[in-house]
Design a protein around this ligand. Structure first.
Ligand code: CO
Ligand code: CO
Length: 306
């Protein structure tokens, strides 16, 4: 599987038993603390492996570092932060490559394995499935507010907790229930990634915006237009597919398109299994997991937001 499916990672079948899953992700700092940035970068990069239903086993670092402008200590702390989350994921970070760069950036190329017949795609959602989201939205907006010094310490802490929560447990619970489809919510925002799911699966979706979990303060920040540029371009990109009810505010539309760093999983789950899946997610510390809508017929992939 490569670029044609718009899925989360590349998949290569090695033999009858094993498929290799590979992904790469690199980000610029979104928090001041280098150790925390390293934790977020790993959690973000490994997420696509989990979204394929795969288990990560090895990663390599890629970093652009402004040599001479930042102390080397910063570099070490970033790598230590990544190492901490890699341990939790039981994934080895086996070296990598750093170049001198005017702007700091860091990410990883992560490899995982999965049985060839157990690859989870974003293009296999079925009519009648329930849509479950596992992390609250608003990370792009909140990190923009943090950078501008507008967020409180509690809001910053909540954002960090969310971005450093591995999608490992969420994916394991979803795989156990043999859900229909999954993907992770990242740069294209909830509606962007949902539109990949609906168009790829040749179905439509209806979202109940009041059920979508949000990080605290995000609505106010969105009203103040404290959103990353990507939120606006995502909105433009998905608007031909979306039908918003007339009572939906501009802030809500923006939040539904907000690009997420290390966002949650978006899972399409057969209705009869969804209660059990949400219970097991919540029991396993994926406390924000909630039903946000369902899959409906629509060959063109239309999304209704009510
Ligand atoms: Co992804
Ligand atoms: Co990615």
């Amino acid at each position: 599987m490569g670029t044609e499916t718009k899925d989360d990672a590349a998949v290569y079948q090695m033999d009858g038993k094993t498929a290799l899953v590979q992904t790469v992700d690199i980000i610029t700092p979104i928090v001041d603390d280098p150790f925390t940035f390293g934790m977020i970068a790993f959690t973000n990069a490994v997420s696509d492996v989990y979204a394929m239903g795969a288990t990560p086993f090895m990663a390599v670092n890629i970093m652009g570092f402004p040599v001479g402008q930042l102390p080397m200590d910063v570099l070490v702390k970033i790598l230590c932060g990544a190492e901490e989350k890699a341990k939790e994921a039981r994934c080895v970070i086996a070296g990598g490559h750093t170049i001198d760069d005017a702007e700091l950036k860091y990410g990883l190329c992560v490899s995982g394995t999965v049985k060839p017949d157990a690859v989870y795609k974003n293009s296999t959602a079925k009519e009648g499935d329930v849509l479950i989201l596992t992390k609250p939205l608003g990370l792009g907006i909140l990190t923009t507010a943090i950078k501008k010094g507008k967020a409180t310490a509690e809001q910053e802490e909540e954002a960090i907790q969310t971005m450093t929560l591995l999608n490992k447990t969420a994916a394991e619970c979803a795989v156990k229930e043999k859900v229909s489809a999954m993907t992770d919510v990242t740069g294209f925002g909830l509606l962007g990634h949902l539109s990949e799911m609906t168009t790829g699966s040749k179905v439509g979706a209806v979202i109940d915006h009041e059920r979508v979990p949000l990080l605290s303060g995000v609505v106010d920040f969105a009203r103040e237009k404290l959103a990353p540029g990507g939120a606006y371009s995502n909105q433009e990109f998905v608007s031909p597919l979306c039908a918003f009810s007339s009572h939906i505010s501009d802030e809500t539309k923006l939040i539904l398109c907000d690009p997420q760093t290390s966002g949650g999983l978006l899972i399409a789950c057969p209705e009869k299994k969804s209660r059990r899946l949400i219970d097991s997610l919540r029991k396993n510390h994926v406390t924000h997991a909630v039903e946000i809508g369902k899959i409906i017929p629509s060959p063109g992939g239309k999304i209704e937001i009510k």
